[in-house]
Design a protein. Structure first.
Length: 163
């Protein structure tokens, strides 16, 4: 019996020294939407795959911004359905090249137009190392959206929206 207890204790103690592998940490990111009729930001956290880094992470964030939040979509300003975007990163600048529905004459009004680009800017500048966002329309710099008023020809920063 003593031999059996000693054997069981040896097995139990041996298993105590094993290290369990760490649980993979899923990074959390924030996508910012603007509350409709205001310039108030609505931060919504999302979990992303740990393999998303660099340009792939920024592309995923913009994709989520274009898709809109899962709930409460009526209370936030959204990009027009059918808007597409390609994202590239060079240094501290994320360049977002829009195509699709956003290039139609914009009818959302000046405050909603500002809200769209505030959401975009805050979302992308929440990524470490990104401090500004350059907007392109079909691969070109444009002064405004077609039918819009908000100036897009210079990179956008968080300071752009604090004025």
């Amino acid at each position: 019996m003593r031999v059996w207890i000693a054997a069981v204790m040896a097995v139990v103690c041996a298993s105590c020294t094993r290290h369990t592998p760490p649980i993979p940490v899923t990074p959390h990111v924030t996508v910012y939407y603007c509350k409709a009729g205001t310039d108030t930001l609505v931060p919504i956290p999302f979990s992303v795959d740990t393999s998303l880094q660099g340009q792939h992470l920024e592309s995923a964030l913009v994709g989520q911004l274009l898709a809109g939040p899962a709930v409460g979509q009526a209370s936030v300003v959204l990009f027009p359905p059918g808007t597409r975007a390609d994202v590239t990163v060079d240094g501290n600048t994320a360049t977002v090249d829009f195509a699709g529905a956003l290039l139609q004459p914009y009818k959302g009004g000046a405050s909603d137009e500002i809200a769209l680009f505030k959401s975009l800017t805050y979302t992308l500048t929440s990524v470490e190392g990104i401090t500004q966002v350059q907007v392109l329309l079909n691969g070109r710099t444009a002064s405004t959206l077609p039918g819009g008023e908000f100036e897009l020809d210079e990179p956008l920063t968080r300071a752009t929206f604090s004025q």
